[in-house]
Write a protein that binds this ligand. Sequence first.
Ligand code: URA
Length: 208
Amino acid sequence: MDKIFELEKLKQEIANDENLPLKTNLVFGEGNPDCEVLFIGEAPGAVEDQLVRPFVGRSGQLLRQCIRNLGWKEEDVYITNIVKRRPPENRDPLPEEIEAYKPYLTRQIEIINPKVIVPLGRFSMNYFLPHAKITRDQGKLFKEDDWFIAPMFHPAAALRAPNVMNEFQKNFKNLPAMLKKIEIEGEKIEKVEEIKKTEEPKQSLKLF
Ligand code: URA
């Protein structure tokens, strides 16, 4: 079945699911369903809710600028969130909200079937890699199930701290090289990098 058709069907299912938490606008995601790179944030903010588009506020401008800086077009990637509606007062999504929207995100990923998934921030990263720590593991490449995962700091965190911004921009620039590595080594890559579950960072910073 056609990806656009399947995504539209999924969107309708979410819209019709009255059991889902949060009642603001449904911000499903946008971009090229045949993309190589899928960016996943946590949940829409006020501007996203208003415009019914993901990542169009301040942090979205940064994300989109970084995409363009690579010589890519925004329309060539796909951008979405775990939770598809805005939590009140821009609070973090609750575990039960993430759980409720999870099956829909899983299906969205399966339809798009990207080469690499870039979770932005810890909520999105922990959806794929529950034991990962954002300060320790952002910028690395993991293989989990059938997906290649390249977690990065959330752009909102980058806007708050210059050192996070440096890391965010550095890792963003590395995305084409990661794609090449996946293309060249592909199936040979078993676990790209193991997460050391026992190794805790000295200082646990809560950076999205
Ligand atoms: N932050 C997110 O995580 N997602 C958006 O769409 C906007 C801001």
